[in-house]
Ligand binder design. Structure first.
Ligand SMILES: [Fe+2]
Ligand SMILES: [Fe+2]
Length: 195
């Protein structure tokens, strides 16, 4: 039977795309920017990380746990997400003009870079070694569906933060969370010719 799921990007490619987007947003943040821009970039990063962490915890990590539950990188993944959530909460509670805002964004960036490095050099290659292409695409489709549920209620805020955070930036054309959501909605809306 034809399955639309098989047309989906793989879950591992989607995770890499999310990581790239988040790192690009971190790179837009400089200490000399206006507090309003700093705050918008921080919000874009926090929201993207929250959605990404939830998607991994609900879909990717459980699938990996079935295959290599005792792997040390797997075991520390969720505790590291929780540590990120602690820094995100502190960042959200800090004014963009406060010097602590810069410190917190750098603390979060360091944590995220370490975590992303472990995922991209250990977990994603393991997933691609241990799962079939169809399974990776099926999980990718599940992730897209769940992402839409998580993004939709926040779509207006995400678009506003992205517009302010990337205003005047030469990287404004970069594909952001809003772009990812748009691509996902197109994918969900796509119907096969002969289903
Ligand atoms: Fe993660
Ligand atoms: Fe990740």
């Amino acid at each position: 039977m034809f399955s639309l799921n098989k047309l989906s990007p793989t879950i591992t490619d989607m995770i890499r795309f999310d990581h790239s987007h988040t790192l690009v947003t971190f790179h837009q943040y400089t200490t000399t920017q206006k507090p309003k821009v700093k705050k918008a970039l921080a919000e874009t990063i926090c929201t993207a990380l929250e959605i990404h962490a939830t998607l991994e915890e609900e879909i990717f990590y459980p699938a990996m746990r079935e295959l290599e539950g005792g792997d040390p990188t797997m075991l520390k993944s969720e505790p590291e997400h929780n540590e990120m959530r602690r820094v995100i909460a502190a960042l959200r509670a800090t004014d963009g003009a406060d010097p602590r805002h810069d410190q917190l964004i750098h603390e979060l960036m360091r944590d995220v870079m370490h975590h992303v490095a472990d995922e991209e050099t250990v977990l994603l290659p393991d997933a691609e070694r241990l799962m079939t292409q169809d399974r990776l695409s099926e999980l990718g489709a599940q992730m897209t569906k769940r992402r839409m549920q998580l993004v939709t209620p926040q779509a207006g805020k995400i678009a506003r933060d992205t517009a302010v955070g990337f205003s005047g930036s030469t990287a404004a054309m970069v594909v952001g969370v809003a772009g990812a959501a748009f691509a996902a909605s197109k994918l969900l809306g796509r119907k096969p010719a002969h289903a």
